[in-house]
Design a protein around this ligand. Structure first.
Ligand SMILES: [Zn+2]
Length: 68
């Protein structure tokens, strides 16, 4: 049903590559390029990983019929 093919270039080694559903390393040409690129990305932007859950909304629905 949704077979997509698209000419792409590996972001890491700039090798010509084809984007298919078969290519599990897309947009990279191989697992190696994917790992290298993702590894570099992760080590560079390591600080982005945090908890996006803010505790500011912890008091929602707190005033449902508060007696005096
Ligand atoms: Zn590559």
């Amino acid at each position: 049903m949704g077979i997509q093919k698209k000419d792409i270039t590996c972001p890491h080694c700039h090798k010509k590559n084809v984007w298919t559903e078969d290519n599990m390393f897309r947009p990279f040409c191989s697992e190696r390029c994917q790992l290298i690129d993702l590894g570099g990305w992760a080590s560079e932007q390591h600080r982005i990983v945090g908890d996006p859950i803010s505790s500011a909304n912890s008091d929602e629905f707190d005033e449902s019929g508060s007696p005096e």
